[in-house]
Design a binder for this molecule. Structure first.
Ligand code: HXC
Length: 262
């Protein structure tokens, strides 16, 4: 395993799935600068690793996925320091550039930057004890890694406003009801469920999955007409790929597809 870090653990499962675990349990897996940097470095390496088809992010233990930025580390920073390029906020925000699918397996608290990282992920699987919140206003600031923008897209204006203005979190069932997460499962099944999804994704053509991710993400960036145009172009472009031909011909010939990532 070439993925050695201090604040996160990386397990490569079935040679194709990277299970990345935030590992600062004493601070409820809050992000200090090092953990944010290691997470981004790690995901960028995984993105380039041809064996890895899907990434699963989770927290050590079941009490917390990630409790946000490390408040103690951040407490005495000034504006100029926070604005420096490559600070924690950049490292978390830049996770959006990862091209491979990322699934968040969330048990316990996903607060502040923890909720923001979960929302950067493509799919959120929640354990029954999951708690999602943007409590920054309670400590004199506002969400800074996408929370104010992604939450409103996920749960709508009224709920997002309620969560951000009061700082009150929502539980797993509410998160499901509002469409923030894709499913709620027993706590001891959270990682298993995410890995099962990851395995299914990993069995498909990586280049097609990459195009699918970029196309769906584009929906949040554009109006309907533009989004449909881009979808059409990317759909057409799959017809330049061997894996598109392989997918359809293997179906027609009743055999398993042999993806070549071309
Ligand atoms: C630093 C944290 C922390 C955090 C928990 N801890 N969250 N340390 N930064 N974000 C530490 C506690 O200080 C404590 O350390 C230990 O973890 C256990 O936490 P407790 O508070 O004792 O646990 P509990 O009573 O069960 O309460 C759990 C909790 C509470 C409700 C989640 O810890 C909490 O409110 N945490 C802060 C959550 C938060 O506000 N996050 C947003 C951060 S701002 P000791 O040493 O005392 O044992 C943010 C901005 C993002 O994320 C901007 C982009 C990066």
């Amino acid at each position: 395993n070439k993925y050695k870090f201090e604040t996160i653990l990386v397990n490569i499962i079935d040679d194709s799935i990277a299970l990345v675990t935030f590992n600062r349990p004493k601070a409820l897996n809050s992000f200090n600068y090092q953990m944010g940097k290691e997470l981004l470095d790690c995901c960028r390496l995984l993105d380039k690793d041809d064996n890895v088809k899907c990434i699963v992010l989770t927290g050590s233990g079941t009490k917390s996925f990630a409790c946000g930025a490390d408040i103690k580390e951040m407490a005495n920073h000034d504006m100029a320091y926070m604005m420096k390029k490559g600070h924690l906020i950049d490292n978390l925000c830049d996770l959006r550039e990862i091209e491979k699918p990322i699934i968040a397996a969330v048990n316990g608290y996903a607060l502040g930057g923890g909720c923001e990282v979960a929302m950067i992920c493509d799919i959120i699987v929640a354990g029954e004890n999951a708690v999602f919140g943007q409590p920054e206003t309670k400590i004199g600031t506002i969400p800074g890694a996408g929370g104010s923008q992604r939450l409103i897209r996920a749960v709508g204006k009224s709920k997002a406003m309620e969560m951000i203005l009061t700082g009150n979190p929502i539980d797993a069932q509410q998160a499901l009801q509002f469409g923030l997460v894709s499913c709620v499962v027993p706590i001891d099944k959270t990682i298993e469920t995410a890995l099962k999804m990851a395995k299914q994704i990993a069995s498909l053509s990586p280049i097609i999955i990459k195009l699918a991710k970029v196309t769906v993400n584009n929906a949040q960036e554009s109006n309907l007409t533009e989004g449909l145009n881009i979808e059409r172009r990317i759909f057409h472009s799959t017809f330049a790929l061997k894996d598109r031909s392989e997918g359809m011909n293997s179906f027609a010939n009743k055999r398993k597809p042999n993806w070549t990532n071309n």
